[in-house]
Design a protein around this ligand. Structure first.
Ligand code: SF4
Ligand code: ZN
Length: 325
């Protein structure tokens, strides 16, 4: 106020002008600290779409004509990924399918499935829903209610079964590649958790973010891996994407939420530090040599496995042996 009062009329008008978009000179709504850009809503959305395209070409994630299965949970990230890929695929002769896994989590997954159905209908994308109940004979609710399973969290059981369910859906749809909506923040948090746990095999897995991993029957790609979570939220908001905002009742983030806060605080003070950490994570994971495990086929399900039984069959055995339903 003091400085404005001291300035002449012309200068004070300059001061109260809203900041202009660096790209088109409309009024900006967002300051991107790590790049120094100020962006209007339309240029911001274009910038996110460009980042996805750049990641796809930089890491060679998709090929012309690929049949792409997009794993959609009903959250902001996966619906944003679906929106952007569906637009891109129209120009690349690629076919796109949405896959939703119904783990059987009452008062939570139903809303997400409805949102996914409505959204895929709007985009005219085929939508496939696969449930734990039909694949494994039990829901996640069943597992939790009757659990006597030692040392396994809901998320670890759910994660193993969900990855397999996506593979089964992808196989039945005949897709070439599965796109998941992990963003830059998710990727860094996972990397840090594995690093802090000293789990070098999993640190090495980070490399699979940009190249195929053998355990998966269908190749996985993460086209949002270069985008900040808060920018995806903003994109979803600007595009009026209806997404689920409540969290899974079984979510137990543990150390992840502390790492999230730490990385956000660092980014606040040092804009762009998440990008440099991502680059370091990729280089570290590439440089780790882990004894190559020979993959065989699981004797129960015939999916690739490092032992006689794959982690999915072991989990199913453990769950069934501990359920009282
Ligand atoms: Fe499954 Fe955990 Fe995700 Fe819930 S939060 S859907 S239990 S992985
Ligand atoms: Zn198996």
């Amino acid at each position: 106020m003091y400085f404005v009062a001291k300035l002449g009329r012309e200068d004070s008008e300059t001061l109260i002008q809203p900041q202009r978009c660096t790209r088109c000179s409309n009024s900006s709504i967002y300051n991107r600290a790590y790049s120094g850009e100020a962006l209007c809503g339309s240029c911001f959305c274009s910038s996110i779409e460009e980042k996805v395209k750049r990641a796809i070409s930089k890491y060679g994630l998709l090929k012309h004509g690929d049949k792409v299965g997009v794993a959609v949970s009903g959250g902001k990230d996966s619906l944003t990924l679906l929106r952007i890929l569906s637009e891109m695929c129209r120009h690349h002769a690629s076919k796109i399918f949405a896959i939703t896994i119904d783990e059987g989590i009452s008062s939570y997954r139903e809303e997400a499935i409805d949102l996914c159905k409505e959204f895929t209908g709007e985009l005219d994308i085929p939508h496939c829903v696969v449930s734990f109940k039909e694949l494994y004979g039990f829901s996640l609710d069943n597992v939790i209610k009757s659990r006597r399973v030692q040392g396994a969290s809901a998320c670890s059981i759910c994660g193993i079964l969900r990855r397999r369910a996506i593979d089964i859906a992808a196989r039945s749809l005949g897709v070439d590649v599965i796109a998941t909506a992990h963003n830059l923040d998710d990727m860094l948090q996972t990397f840090m958790i594995n690093l802090l746990n000293g789990d070098m095999a999993r640190v090495k897995w980070f490399d699979s973010a940009i190249k195929p991993k053998e355990e998966f029957v269908v190749r996985r790609v993460r086209p949002l891996m270069d985008i900040y979570e808060k920018e995806i939220a903003m994109y979803a908001f600007l595009k009026n994407t209806p997404f689920q905002t409540v969290s899974c009742p079984y979510m137990n983030e543990g150390i992840r939420s502390e790492i999230r806060s730490m990385l956000n605080a660092l980014e606040e003070e040092h804009p762009g530090i998440k990008y440099s950490t991502l680059n370091s994570a990729i280089r570290i994971s590439k440089s780790i040599a882990i004894d190559g495990r020979e993959l065989k086929l699981c004797k129960m399900c015939n999916f690739p496995s490092s032992g006689e039984l794959c982690s999915v069959c072991k989990t199913i055995e453990m769950v069934k042996g501990n359920m009282y339903i």
